[in-house]
Design a protein. Structure first.
Length: 102
């Protein structure tokens, strides 16, 4: 079964708990598609939230993927946070759908 979850345009330390609560309803034993296209001003809580969701889905036999490669705001956050410096091929496939970073 595939579920789609639309991330809101702003997620921050003050709003991430509500988003996490909504995500708890997702069936993580199947495929989850995250639509992050609306995100405009993320902070590191977004990366933590997505990482946690991916890890939990793996434990339950599911898979999480982005509906499209990370947009400009999310890509900038990943660069600022240093995540792109040590990105594994699996991480690149998740965040950027395998497109090499420039």
């Amino acid at each position: 079964m595939t579920s789609t979850f639309f991330l809101p345009d702003t997620i921050s330390m003050t709003t991430v708990a509500a988003v996490a609560d909504a995500m708890r309803a997702l069936p993580l034993d199947g495929d989850v598609i995250l639509d992050a296209s609306a995100i405009t001003a993320p902070d590191l809580s977004v990366v933590q939230l997505i990482h946690s969701l991916r890890a939990e889905a793996r434990l339950q036999g599911g898979d999480v993927r982005l509906s499209a490669p990370a947009g400009e705001a999310l890509t900038a956050l990943l660069h600022r946070g240093g995540f792109t410096d040590a990105m594994t091929p699996d991480d690149n496939a998740f965040w950027f759908h395998g497109v090499p970073l420039q």
